[in-house]
Design a protein. Structure first.
Length: 533
């Protein structure tokens, strides 16, 4: 644990990529194989489930710190991170633990089944016997929230340097469904196993938002375009008469979409398709809100399958006839994908080809983007015709060009404190629009939350207003005198029975503070609903 805590301290105290990679590389060169596996797991979001809820953590830590609970809570609001707060308020020691990272994690896994008394005793004993940074890391592991500003890509780069294994090869090995509590470093990193290959997806290739003018991309005839679909990015794998469907979040979701079983026998073995899972209600592409009725369900009933059928929009082919074809030019991969679809004509399977467009002028691209909302897409993807399918987010060959957001003017009605460096400011806001009630009187009805889009100076000004104009307090939430108007932008909109407003917005954020408007000038729920196409 000492070495891992020192690693996290170094990673957490530097913004330089080279410093982080060097620290990780040195750690991987020295750590035991067991600790390496757990470090890889932690830094690639495969942490064990949280064994203790945060309410109990706060109570037990506060008891050990021997301070008033209100002081602990206020400290937590100011610090903005529970693990850091606990590490700060509990009496410090210069001692360190001789137990390894693996031993601690095995204890944390076993802790979940213990009684509250046993959990409290275990936590308080370790909090008192660990130094500040070990205590901070230990509590982070307990909470399951381990964000330290390090991407999996940088971790993979460091592991590549330490083990002298190609980065792309490592990225592939780390994909898929593996358990850090049962797999060895030899099995995960060093061995080659055919059984692993059967279900493993390839690392996804991701695009950056387009920068500057379209003309900067050069000759338009070197590019291909297609619509950017708003669903779940996925890879569909057909190997050895089995199907595996992976989301971009490295989650195996095959069982959530049983309709895709029809691909077996229709799509040949040795095929991997990159595409988007989309709701397809009444033979039309639905909204992401429709898709949410399928996400997270443990059991997909017949009624859900009927109400919200799904399809895959296929836009790339990564494996064909058992061969990895990612190094082929995009245009060649697309040709093979299109040839595959000619063999599927007349077969009723939930798979469609995402149409691609070639063009001779950038004006043609601009005009196609204008059709995005009509097409139920988020905008366009631009892909260089000769580009290979790379790993991770790379600049140069793939760009995403999203449509301008929908906008509406709304009134600030509730606020919460922010997190991290904004934990001492009210920066998480709830907004409302006008609606006529049953007495034909206008009232404000909440419709969205947002916490980004203002400058630091503007956040401080709004925070000052909130503190001076608080109406009521509900725990960490404050209701605010309705007076400030903001322009809110969002990517999509759909009717929703789960929201008081009757409408759900996608990715809401603040575009600007409307100093020029009074709350009477804000929009209505009816205005919002009229945006639904």
């Amino acid at each position: 644990m000492k070495n891992f805590a020192e690693l996290i301290k170094t990673l957490d105290s530097s913004n330089k990529t080279s410093v982080k990679v060097d620290a990780l590389t040195n750690y991987f060169l020295k750590a035991s194989d067991e600790d390496k596996v757990w470090t890889i797991a932690i830094l690639s979001h495969r942490r064990p489930p949280r064994p203790v809820n945060t309410t109990l953590l706060r109570l037990w830590a506060n008891e050990l710190a021997n301070i008033p609970l209100w002081l602990f809570e206020e400290s937590y609001h100011i610090v903005g991170d529970l693990a850091e707060t606990i590490a700060l308020v509990i009496p410090t020691t210069k001692e360190h633990s001789d137990k390894s990272l693996t031993e601690f994690l095995q204890e944390i896994i076993a802790l979940k089944k213990k009684t509250d008394f046993e959990k409290k005793e275990y936590l308080q004993t370790n909090w008192l016997n660990l130094n500040y940074y070990e205590r901070f890391v230990f509590t982070k592991l307990i909470t399951g929230s381990f964000r330290i500003g390090l991407s999996q890509k940088l971790m993979t780069r460091a592991l590549s340097k330490a083990e002298n294994i190609d980065e792309d090869t490592l990225a592939y090995k780390l994909m898929g469904d593996w358990n850090p509590n049962t797999i060895t470093f030899q099995e995960l990193i060093l061995d080659e196993r055919s059984s692993d290959y059967l279900s493993k997806p390839y690392p996804f290739y991701l695009a950056y938002p387009i920068e500057g003018e379209l003309e900067n991309l050069g000759n338009p005839e070197d590019w291909s375009a297609e619509h950017k679909w708003d669903g779940i990015r996925s890879q569909t794998i057909i190997r050895d008469n089995e199907i595996y469907v992976w989301s971009r979040g490295e989650e195996l979701v095959t069982d959530k979409y049983p309709e895709f079983q029809s691909f077996i026998g229709n799509i040949p073995n040795g095929t991997v398709i990159d595409g988007e899972i989309l709701p397809f209600v009444e033979n039309e592409i639905g909204t992401f809100n429709d898709l949410q009725t399928r996400i997270g369900r443990k059991n997909v009933s017949a009624s859900v399958l009927k109400k919200t059928p799904v399809i895959i929009k296929a836009y790339d082919l990564l494996e064909w006839q058992g061969n990895d074809i990612r190094n082929l030019p995009y245009e060649k991969r697309r040709t093979l994908l299109e040839e595959l679809f000619t063999t599927l004509i007349g077969k009723e399977i939930p798979l469609q080809l995402s149409e691609r467009f070639t063009f001779s002028t950038w004006e043609d691209v601009i005009n196609e983007r204008l059709k995005s909302r009509e097409m139920k897409s988020e905008g366009l993807m631009l892909k260089r015709k000769d580009s290979p399918y790379l790993v991770g987010r790379k600049k140069g060959d793939w760009w995403k060009w999203k449509i301008e957001p929908l906008t509406i003017d709304a009134v600030l009605t509730y606020a919460m404190r922010g997190h991290g460096r904004r934990s001492n400011l009210f920066t998480d806001y709830t907004f409302a629009l006008w609606q006529e009630n049953e007495n034909n009187e206008r009232e404000l009805v909440t419709f969205a939350k947002a916490y980004s889009g203002l400058t630091d100076a503007e956040f401080r000004m709004v925070d000052d207003f909130i503190k001076k104009n608080t109406l009521e307090r509900f725990g960490p939430v404050r209701s605010v005198t309705p007076k400030l108007v903001f322009e809110i932008g969002f990517e999509g909109i759909a009717l929703s029975k789960r929201h008081k407003s009757g409408v759900a917005t996608r990715f809401p954020r603040i575009l600007r503070w409307r100093h020029d408007k009074k709350i009477e000038d804000a929009n209505s729920i009816e205005d919002l609903k009229n945006m639904i196409s």
